[in-house]
Design a protein around this ligand. Sequence first.
Ligand SMILES: [Fe+2]
Length: 184
Amino acid sequence: MAISVAKAENSFERYIEQIHSIWGNGKDPQLPFMVKALMEKFLASTPPEEPWMAELIREAKPGRELYRDPEHGFIQMGHVHQKGHANTPHDHGPCWVVYGAYSGVTDITVYRRTDDGKDPERAALVRKDLHRLTPGVVYPYLPGDIHSVHAVEGPAVVFRFLSTDLEKVERYRYNLAKGTATRV
Ligand SMILES: [Fe+2]
């Protein structure tokens, strides 16, 4: 674990404890929205001087695993994206994800498939929504939601909560222009 949350009572530790306490069997369809609310509270209550946050900002790594729950398997990531950072459309397979901005401005584009999904290597996508994450703004994305991320203003400190380790699931990246889907 990159950052120890066990040593001190801080806002991150409280946030993780709250998620752990509401998790249950992890199957409640309201969980993504409950985590969204907890992340909003956590983002609003964490000053940049809090030591672990100051370290995250100072180190400015593109991705850090801040916490992995030994019992339930959920993961909290911390990202620092420089202006212009972008990824291609992707889904998280059967997992859900919650993205929240602490600083900077991050645009998340959400896509809709217009094909029947029968060919696993092809996918026709159209843009459905644009979510602008300014500091304190949090959005959940449900299983199968296709999205892409773009740091419009940086450095953008972004928190990404993963319901399950993405390395363990079947998921896809999409090429919008070519209309293709590739298993990650
Ligand atoms: Fe994602």
